[in-house]
Design a protein around this ligand. Sequence first.
Ligand code: DHE
Length: 524
Amino acid sequence: MKCRRSFEAQVAIGLIALLLSGPAPAEPGPDAGVLYKDHCSSCHGEERLGGQGPALLPASLGRVRAAEILKVISDGRPATQMPAFSGLLAPADVAALAQFLLKEPDVRADWTEADILASRIVGPATPVAPMVQVADPLNLFVVVEAGDHHISILDGDRMEPIARFPSRFALHGGPKFTPDGRYVFLGSRDGWITKFDLATFRIIAEVRAGINMRNIALSSDGKWIAAANYLPATIAILSAETLAPKKLFRVADAKGKSSRVSAIYQAPNRNSFIAALKDVPEIWEIATDPDAPPVYSGLVHSYEQGMVEALASSQGLFALRRITVEQPVDDFFFDRGYRHLLGAARDGDTGMVVNLNVGRTIASIPLPGMPHLGAGISFEWQGRRVIAAPHLNQPKLSVIDAGDWSVIKTIETSGPGFFLRSHETSPYIWADAMLGGKRDAIQIIDKRTLEVTKSVVPEPGKMAAHTEFDRTGRFALVSVWDNDGSLVVYDAVTLEPVKRIPMRKPVGKYNVYNKITFSEGTSH
Ligand code: DHE
């Protein structure tokens, strides 16, 4: 009997064979480097650093499984420029290409200040959409549609989309807004930062701040953008006005060991950026105040004078302070006053509380089940300030006292989730269960009783995630996370849906007012 295998099956077998074939195959296989040059480099760049298409390096593809890479090469990506290669390349070629992309290039990629400057593009003078008058520019929402890599701008008074334009590939993390709410900065995993004018609907400028970026932060005075990178291990500081680079930190601990940056945020009342390092146990505080006092890097003993002297290493704008902690911090959150950083320890079962003023860990909190502290929210409960955070591999939220750092309550949910949201005016927390269990449901938790009061299902069978309130807290918008998805607008009081706005895999949505006022129920 003749066995007929699908193209994907042949490709998968080819890939497995190539992965198992060891260093010296009997027959020379396809030359993947040549295949890449011929078929991929025009869009993805000679050095795989990206171009019209995304970067194709292990660091950039980290979350994409080998099977998905094969599928994308074979079938292309709908609604993008990526064509299907199954008609052009043999299955062994596709498998060889996939394997090639999963390997580090021979030369480790770098991205210098000169590269950043050279990448800068001043945006087109024409708006991306016709201008529409809105009653309240601070009640706009910026919505990231991952399905076809677009941004939609939504008028939060009428709940109507008023502009839609293509974004850079794979935007990730919260956009950052200038203090007056006029401009928004969007960061992509490939390191691109786009500055968009919400008053004229124009792209002001774009720049590539790194090759594989984690997130961006805007300084409290609105003057500086900081980009936290995995590849290369840098923090790039750019002018928020022009996106021109101002300073590039090569990130390494005090002994010189290089480290990726987990994430960076602004600490508004400290006039600084706070970054956690992924590979070394240090937290960095970078001053954004030109008059920042000197930072002391260590103590030396002066034999002549028989005294200990402190070494001031930097001061003023971008002065760097290193805080040594017990272990590297990946995912973290701050208390309301930005006096403490609450970070998840590597074991995935503990929270570490670092007092940023004294510069050391002051408490550790048992939080089994991989707490997702970066998604935490803070609110008042029985006269105390508390922090609630979901867990990535257990169906629960932890509610932590931000005064004595005890766990007040563990709230059982219908599945492990990623994001939490609330609003000052709302008695409820909205929590998804996108990582397991009932993934199409959002659990509504009463902030007064710390009990689940209701579960809403925006669209049965389709994953629901990421809620954001309008500026008044009257409406809550939930993403139906599907290519044929939508934003479902809920009345935040009756908890009933009032409107459905079709969108292509809407991921995050961000309300201008809530962001610029640091609403306690949203991310910062
Ligand atoms: Fe995110 C925010 C890190 C995977 C969607 N994510 C963030 C931030 C960090 C982070 C540090 C805060 C940035 C900010 O706001 O400035 N994310 C990580 C990871 O380490 C992780 C687990 C693995 C990775 O691939 O990087 C990860 N994130 C994802 C996803 O798989 C999600 C669900 C889909 C996607 O688009 O990649 C995802 N992350 C988001 C979203 C935000 C985010 C929508 C912004 C949330 C907000 O409300 O501000």
